[in-house]
Design a binder for this molecule. Structure first.
Ligand SMILES: Nc1ncnc2c1ncn2[C@@H]1O[C@H](COP(=O)(O)OP(=O)(O)OP(=O)(O)O)[C@@H](O)[C@H]1O
Ligand SMILES: [Mg+2]
Length: 397
């Protein structure tokens, strides 16, 4: 029988892993919720249905499935599946990031602890179960960022500007569990996506980010294949091997987010799973190299093929429109944007009559546009066109 991948979670964004497995002749056993299993069941060889939700529930399904039949490779798709995948990888001696890297990936405060001990550049921080008790520390650092330890999509991340805002956050966030309070790092934001085997970096890519800025910092755009030159570039080149080593990263993908401050890069967070926001799609488009297939190959212990060694041949980007809170009156310009030659995909997830909530996390964005072009100028022109034309008109209450 052909090799089998145990794919823990896929959602919509993980479908390219299933397609890559098909191309490579790898059987796919998918662990998914009933809702996603219904949509993806026909595309895979077998589905194990789980209620999903907490990490432990994904782990329950993954561990049982692997005991039932040893897989040849395991991939955890997103945050709640990282630990489940690492447990199975560790137990069966299969390629993966390592239990250590997965544990740090899943908990921002553990990352801060491990990285701080090694002197890696990151915000000053405290961990607390009671935000009020962090007031004295925070007052000396203001402005600060408050965030949960295991969140994603900027949910629960907020900038607290002054003492009054801190007192307000204490009131609003009472009982919301363990929190990280951090000094604010300022400067443009980047991520680095690396493919590794046994701790060796085989491919790396730098992505520039746009966010909505304070107070929520919801991600709006990603431009991969960036080159940083001069001291900033050198500092980033020095940081990457330190992060990889501090993570104890073995095999798979690393997604490192950092800000480039006046004193050099400052780590926001690091994860050993597929980045969101179609980042792998736009890296693949820019470099002409299928990152999903490469990640799958690493998980299956197969060689990587045609890894790009020079810079990217094309430019690419993903962009996420947002809208003012209210009721949608019209979606303008979508057909025009879809027809643009540099636009690979454009969708808006709302229709007239739908209600837009105030923006508080990535889940409140209202659509997605993926673009790519020959060069910088073509891409940026297309980007301007998309931003000019695509509008979600809402009526405020
Ligand atoms: N200490 C900080 N200083 C400056 N900006 C910060 C800080 N912490 C978080 N941010 C901003 O908030 C964003 C979201 O924070 P973080 O990455 O920790 O949360 P997340 O929920 O994992 O987000 P995502 O899943 O979108 O990456 C960061 O990308 C950054 O723009
Ligand atoms: Mg982040």
């Amino acid at each position: 029988m052909s090799d089998e991948l145990l794919l823990i979670g896929a959602g919509f964004l993980g479908v390219p892993y299933i397609e890559a497995a098909r191309r490579l002749g790898v059987r796919v056993r998918l662990i998914e919720t009933a809702q996603h299993a219904k949509l993806l069941g026909d595309r895979v060889d077998e589905v194990v249905v789980t209620p999903g939700g907490p990490d432990e529930v994904w782990a329950q399904a993954a561990c049982a499935a692997a005991e039932d039949r040893r897989p040849d490779g395991v991939l955890g798709f997103s945050e709640p599946q990282v630990l489940a995948a690492a447990l199975v990888q560790e137990r069966f001696g299969l390629p993966g990031p390592s239990m250590y890297a997965a544990s740090l990936s899943r908990n921002k405060a553990l990352q801060r602890a491990a990285f701080g001990a090694l002197g890696l550049p990151q915000p000053l921080h405290v961990v607390t179960d009671d935000l009020a008790s962090a007031e004295e520390w925070a007052s000396a650092q203001l402005p600060v960022v408050v965030k949960p330890l295991t969140g994603a999509g900027s949910a629960g991340v907020e900038l607290v500007a002054d003492r009054a805002a801190f007192a307000d956050a204490v009131r609003r966030r009472a009982g919301s569990g363990r929190l990280l309070v951090e000094s604010l790092a300022t400067g443009p934001e980047y991520s680095w996506e690396g493919l590794l085997r046994d701790g060796e970096v085989l491919f790396g890519n730098l992505t520039a980010k746009e966010t909505t800025g304070a107070p929520q910092f919801v991600e709006r755009a990603h431009r991969p294949a960036q080159q940083l030159t001069g001291p900033a570039g050198e500092a980033v080149d020095r940081l990457i091997p330190r992060v990889v080593s501090a993570l104890g990263m073995r095999t798979g993908i690393v997604h490192l987010e950092f800000r480039l401050t006046e004193s050099g890069p400052c780590i926001m967070e690091v994860a050993v799973r597929t980045p969101g926001d179609y980042i792998l799609d736009v890296i693949s488009a820019a470099h002409g190299f299928d990152l999903y297939e490469a990640v799958l190959r690493l998980a299956m212990g197969r060689p990587l093929q045609d890894v790009p060694t020079a810079g990217a041949g094309r430019r690419a980007a993903s962009w996420f429109p947002i809208a003012e809170a209210g009721t949608v009156l019209a979606v303008e310009g979508l057909a025009e944007v879809q027809a643009h030659p540099a636009v690979r995909r454009a969708s808006v997830w709302l229709k007239p009559g739908d209600v837009v909530r105030p923006l508080s996390s990535s889940a409140d964005r209202v659509g997605c546009v993926l673009l790519d072009g020959e060069g910088e100028r073509e891409l940026e022109e297309a980007f301007r066109f998309v931003r000019d034309r695509l509008h979600i008109v809402t009526q405020q209450k």
